[in-house]
Write a protein that binds this ligand. Structure first.
Ligand SMILES: [Zn+2]
Ligand SMILES: [Zn+2]
Ligand SMILES: [Zn+2]
Ligand SMILES: [Zn+2]
Ligand SMILES: [Zn+2]
Length: 372
């Protein structure tokens, strides 16, 4: 007989702790896939495992892939599907994208990875989802890999802060390195203070989106209380040369000789939405711009799946961002898996008010390991 014993009470307390740890890491109940809700602004994960399986000819380490290439089948899955259906796959967090419908269980994902939440394999994918290189783990105009497993770790450490474009029309809500916003060759600016502090601005519009909508945006930022800072890309040439290293030689020479027109990104002040809504005298073009992109001036919440437990606090949500995701998922999967079996096992002891021996627990886990 073993001397070490645990009571059911103690054991359950331990389990409760495990459960609350898992909850802090992933507070939402991974039950419902968001597909049926249609296009949403939501947290997304690109599954590289499924992407590679659907595009066997695509070597994503080479720069040759092109998001405009209709042949490439990109995907991104919702919070629930990242946990339930692609658990062991290589996922890249995309943070949020607007107007996006989950691709899990559609023909964008191999049929040997069915959607567990909807029990489907060949649903029709959204016709309005938009994809860019982010869905391969590449970000910014420099197209660097953000993913630490694939990228050069030294390079990753040098990347510094990235900022997401709020307008997203041309760039697809891409993320940009601070250095690239400034048009520098390096991702990280050498001097501090060239860009506003993250606390000081509400939203960022990249130079590509600004270029397309410059008339409307310039009118918008003339409204008092909207513009914080307009930042030029000053040292364009070396960066463009770097970017175009795969372009034909003639073209890259041409670029070096041509003076590049000024391109600038926009930082909007905290509370700019309120100022915009208060301002009455807008031209027709600005009005239709704000109507087309409602999220610029209106509230634009991110969809949240139902919570796992009725209450949570801010600390739990903060903790979610500090626990490594892989670990958290492994924890919650392992826990869910054994929870039911363990309950049944403990019930016998609890009913008889018996003491659980350490050996009993070991025997239970041995049994699990053997897959019984
Ligand atoms: Zn889903
Ligand atoms: Zn997958
Ligand atoms: Zn799924
Ligand atoms: Zn960059
Ligand atoms: Zn943009």
């Amino acid at each position: 007989m073993s001397q070490e014993t645990v009571t059911v009470q103690e054991f359950l307390l331990k389990q409760q702790k495990l459960e609350s740890d898992a909850f802090e890491a992933l507070p939402y109940d991974p039950k419902e896939c968001s597909y049926s809700l249609g296009p949403l602004r939501q947290q997304l994960y690109a599954c590289l495992t499924c992407f590679e399986a659907k595009n066997p000819e695509c070597k994503r380490h080479l720069q040759e892939s092109n998001p405009n290439d209709e042949k490439l089948i990109y995907n991104a899955v919702c919070y629930t599907c990242s946990i339930k259906c692609h658990t062991t796959h290589h996922l890249i967090p995309l943070y949020t994208k607007r107007n996006f419908q989950c691709d899990c269980g559609t023909i964008r994902v191999p049929s040997d990875t069915p959607c567990q939440a909807r029990s489907s394999t060949n649903d029709i994918p959204s016709a309005t989802n938009r994809y860019n290189l982010n869905f391969e783990g590449k970000y910014c105009t420099c197209q660097r890999m953000y993913d630490e497993e694939d990228g050069d770790t030294q390079e990753l450490a040098d990347q510094g802060t990235m900022i997401q474009c709020m307008l997203g029309d041309v760039c697809g809500e891409d993320w940009f390195h601070e250095g690239c916003i400034l048009g520098l060759k390096d991702c990280v600016p050498k001097e501090e203070g060239q860009l506003p502090d993250s606390d000081d601005f509400d939203a960022f519009i990249c130079w590509k989106c600004h270029e397309k909508w410059h008339k409307e945006i310039d009118e918008m930022v003339d409204i008092e209380g909207v513009l914080l800072k307009e930042v030029d890309r000053c040292e364009m040439k070396p960066h463009e040369t770097y970017e175009d290293s795969t372009a034909p030689e003639q073209e890259s020479k041409k670029r070096k000789l041509d003076p590049t027109p000024s391109e600038s990104s926009i930082f909007l002040k905290n509370g700019y939405k309120h100022k915009l809504s208060q301002h009455e005298t807008k031209t027709q073009s600005l009005k239709s711009f704000l109507k087309k992109f409602k999220h610029i001036s209106q509230e634009d919440p991110v969809y949240e799946p139902p919570m796992d437990q009725p209450t949570t606090d801010k600390d739990s949500l903060d903790a979610m961002n500090t626990i490594p995701r892989d670990q958290a998922i492994e924890g919650i999967m392992a826990y869910n898996d054994i929870k039911d079996k363990l309950k049944g096992f403990l019930k016998a002891f609890a009913e008889g008010d018996k003491i659980v021996e350490k050996e009993d627990i070991s025997a239970f886990f041995d049994m699990l390991k053997k897959g019984q």
